[in-house]
Design a protein around this ligand. Structure first.
Ligand code: GLU
Length: 514
């Protein structure tokens, strides 16, 4: 029995655990979704666990509704956490604002080491120093040189510090960056690189309200939650040295790190921004987001008509190439194939056309019934029976990029055309057309089994009897039914529109072109 326990513990210790740790400062950007997806794919590929942790220690940047948005977005994408604030888990709570007692314990611990000190400088004092430096063309950094002259427990005497503490002077805890050490850092995607500690500053670990900053809370939680791999955006790469040193200070083993490159603008230069979305007409967020302060709505992929499968497939390939350059992969297939070693070092260019291509592909993979359900769940005014709608879906899906295209490109199935395209009219209608279509509509009225095959046969016979080419009948007929020379096969349209309505539309056109 003992043996078994040991074995389990060993396995447990080696378990892959990956977290996605967004700050609720706004809606999840495309880059955030990709980080969450890669976190998830890696964890699941390794039979591990995927954790959602909300990093909300920065109350000044907190945005109402952002946490719910993040959870809803992940759910829509199918990126389901094993542990999260809502779901709980053995390392709960998963919201940093609820973990204050844990951080307090470790604040005490780090202050006992030589890796941290307290500093009393006020924001105003630091601003004044910064301004002085700027005036001389320098940049101020609270670091291993300047700290010896500032208002902190390194520069001040023990008595001075005690006095300030007795007077309840607010203070922060800062990291004491070691002097002139070269750190060998390892990143799974980028390989090895070195950083000299003299280039790093003494970051604040705990603010004067006792709340830890991102850096400190992040490494405490990663350790507490037994995170084995940190996969996150490259904007955190400059913090890696500090994080590694924090693990060292706490006497903990650091997880492995992988930093993901940026998602670039469509033209390939610079980070994809929210403004690019507005500029080029594509969403940069998974779901619509209404800013709680301004009321501004940012567009989401879901509301634009993207299928979640298409969306995550598109996002996954922004920076990762599966084997054989396969492009269409389900979440399960991606999970099986995912490999951090195949994640690109270079930034990935976003393409709206590619995003649309993915959606088009996934629409084709859906059954007519599934697409019908999607349409019925939308706010489109679908005035046909399910049976007819299913036929519309069948005829129109091939051309559709979004589900609504089925309706919009097939409007003529729902209502008679209110006008006729000018160019098409010139091409399709001449002096003989009215007589020809009048006769044809009589024939149409006599067809008993009103199926597209029968209609097609009758069209052929009619043209042959009249000694005219098919186009002479087919084109004006299409114009009468659709209003332009577009759409699926005419007999299919006639069948679906129905006998009476087709004849009515033919008569409308005849009257119009009199
Ligand atoms: N809270 C950080 C963010 O929102 C997490 C960074 C990390 O994964 O370490 O980007």
């Amino acid at each position: 029995m003992k043996c078994l326990n040991l074995h389990l513990n060993f396995k447990e210790m080696n378990k892959v655990r990956v977290r996605f740790a967004p700050s609720p400062t706004g809606p999840l950007h495309l880059g955030g979704v990709r980080t969450a997806l890669y976190d998830y794919l890696f964890a699941k590929n390794q039979d591990g666990e995927f954790v959602l942790r909300i990093e909300d220690t920065d109350t000044a940047r907190y945005v109402e509704g952002a946490e719910d948005y993040i959870e809803e977005a992940l759910e829509w994408c199918g990126i389901i956490p094993d542990e999260s604030p809502k779901k709980g888990g053995k390392f709960a709570p998963y919201r940093q604002s609820e973990r204050r007692d844990i951080y307090d314990r470790y604040t005490e611990q780090i202050l006992k080491t030589d890796y941290a000190y307290i500093a009393f400088d006020t924001a105003e004092e630091l601003d004044a120093i910064r301004a002085e430096y700027e005036a001389k063309g320098d940049v101020f950094s609270y670091n291993n040189i300047s700290r010896n002259r500032l208002k902190n427990s390194i520069a001040l005497s023990e008595e001075e510090v005690q006095k300030l503490l007795d007077e309840k002077t607010p203070y922060v805890v800062r990291f004491k960056m070691p002097v002139d050490r070269t750190l060998g850092l390892v990143d799974i995607i980028r390989g090895n690189f070195a950083v000299n500690t003299n280039t790093l500053d003494d970051k604040v670990l705990v603010k004067n309200d006792g709340m830890p900053t991102y850096h400190f809370a992040n490494i405490i939680d990663d350790n507490e939650m037994e995170i084995s791999h940190v996969i996150r955006g490259e904007e955190w790469l400059p913090s890696l040295g500090l994080h590694i040193l924090l693990y060292e200070a706490m006497g903990w083993e650091a997880p492995q790190f992988a930093h993901l490159s940026l998602i670039l603008k469509p033209e390939g230069k610079g980070k994809l921004s929210k403004r690019d979305g507005d500029k080029f007409g594509f969403p940069v967020f998974p779901l619509n987001f209404t800013d709680p302060v301004t009321g501004n709505i940012s567009k989401g992929y879901r509301e634009e008509g993207y299928l979640p499968e298409a969306f995550i497939n598109m996002v996954a390939l922004l920076g990762w190439s599966p084997a054989d350059d396969k492009e269409i992969l389900s979440l399960d297939e991606m999970t099986k194939e995912f490999d951090l070693n195949k994640v690109h070092k270079a930034g990935a260019r976003f393409s709206k056309e590619k995003a649309e291509w993915f959606n088009h592909q996934y629409i084709q993979l859906k059954s007519d019934e599934e697409l019908l359900q999607i349409l019925k769940n939308s706010d489109l005014n679908l005035t046909l029976s399910d049976e007819k709608l299913l036929k519309v879906v069948h005829l129109m899906k091939e051309r559709a990029t979004f589900p609504k295209d089925i309706y919009e490109n097939g409007k003529f199935f729902f209502e008679a055309p209110s006008s006729y395209d000018e160019k098409a009219s010139k091409k399709a209608w001449n002096d003989e057309t009215s007589n020809l279509l009048t006769e044809f509509s009589v024939m149409l009225s006599e067809i008993e089994a009103f199926t597209s095959e029968n209609i097609k046969q009758n069209l052929h016979d009619f043209a042959e009897n009249k000694g005219v080419g098919m186009g002479k009948v087919m084109m004006p007929l299409r114009l009468a039914l659709v209003g332009e020379l577009k759409g699926p096969d005419v007999p299919d349209i006639v069948e679906l529109v129905g006998k009476e309505e087709s004849i009515a539309r033919i008569n409308n056109a005849i009257n119009n072109f009199k």
